[in-house]
Design a protein around this ligand. Structure first.
Ligand SMILES: Cc1ncc(C[n+]2csc(CCOP(=O)(O)OP(=O)(O)O)c2C)c(N)n1
Ligand SMILES: [Mg+2]
Length: 311
């Protein structure tokens, strides 16, 4: 969580220099979901994410240097500089896809789970998406297929209350999102996504269930987006948020809560937090340096890795 927070803080600092040309969607305030979900997975399990992808990329084990290089559009980036912030990927770490198109990785993840089950693997696939993605028809088509085939997939819904500026009750009558696909046979539950320990426990149980062939489930985690929908700024002055939301966000800060919990229950002292923070800062510093000194792709790269021919 600390690595995600500090990496994204650095992104907000670099962004005004225009060295990062791609749009950025930050997960500050939502770190506990990525960290708790991925801590319950094996490296060989797969995650398919969204354009708000830094947190899941890092939590699943993606390389910090290659993430910053990707943001800078450099050849050493995780997508060779072709994807930018919205298309992070690291198959070795099991972060299989991210996309700028809302809900578009849901069918890809479902297909991945279908492939895994056909190949007899014990892999669990996690499809991550926002509350706005269940407004898309493809969510229902994918879920129907997954339920029918009892696929090894978990649908993880990051509910931050907004699709850009629109609140959930402005978009749908039925606001219990965990129940959205109940009629198709998809069991769902809702949890506090600010509590990393709770996210991890819930996930660990769900992963065990899916791995033993129990079939798909929907886990809704609530969280709060601190930054504007896209970009490095803070937009509480825009007026689409409720007046008490900033104070609530600070109160529910997942990092603050985790720190308090670790100090109380595990007697983790301030020197440990300082050390972890220093280590994470060093990692981010090195990644920025790496991105800055890495070369841009050459023109020949343009058409490489665009299509995969099946042999
Ligand atoms: C198919 C499609 N429709 C619309 C958009 C424009 N768009 C980008 S992000 C977004 C909101 C999505 O909200 P949500 O799924 O809740 O994710 P969040 O940004 O809150 O993480 C929309 C409508 C898009 N990228 N793709
Ligand atoms: Mg949202």
């Amino acid at each position: 969580m600390l690595r995600i927070r500090l990496a994204e803080q650095r992104i907000t600092e670099v962004y005004p220099t225009d060295k990062i040309q791609s749009p950025i969607h930050l997960s500050v305030g939502q770190e506990a979901i990525a960290a708790g979900v991925c801590a319950a997975l094996l490296k060989t399990d797969h995650v398919h994410g969204t354009y708000r992808g830094h947190a899941f990329y890092l939590a699943k084990g993606g390389d910090m240097n290659r993430m910053f290089a990707e943001l800078y559009g450099k050849d050493a980036g995780c997508a060779r500089g072709k994807g930018g912030s919205m298309h992070l990927v690291d198959p070795e770490a099991g972060l299989m896809s991210c996309s700028a198109i809302v809900a578009s990785t849901i069918p890809v993840a479902t297909g991945d789970a279908f492939a895994s089950s056909r190949q007899g693997r014990k892999r669990v696939v996690v499809s991550v998406f926002g509350d706005g993605a269940i407004d898309e028809g493809v969510f229902f088509e994918s879920v129907n297929f997954a339920v029918l085939k009892k696929l090894p997939i978990l649908y993880v819904l990051e509910n931050n209350g907004y699709a850009i500026h629109s609140k959930i009750p402005e978009r749908r009558k039925q606001v219990e999102l965990w129940r959205a696909a109940e009629g198709l046979g998809l069991p769902g539950e809702k949890f506090d996504g600010n509590d990393v320990g709770a996210v991890y426990s819930v996930m660990a149980k769900a992963v065990a269930w899916v791995r033993k062939g129990g079939g798909p489930r929907l886990l809704e985690f609530t969280a709060y987006r601190w930054h504007e929908h896209v970009g490095p700024g803070i937009d509480f002055h825009e007026g689409y948020r409720r007046p008490n939301e900033q104070a609530l966000a600070q109160k529910n800060d997942p990092l603050r809560l985790a720190k308090a919990d670790l100090a109380k229950r595990c007697k983790v002292g301030p020197e440990h937090f300082e050390q972890w923070e220093a280590e994470a800062r060093d990692e981010v510093d090195e990644a920025v340096e790496f991105a800055e000194r890495s070369p841009f792709p050459t023109a020949e790269r343009l058409h490489q890795d665009v299509f995969a021919e099946r042999s």
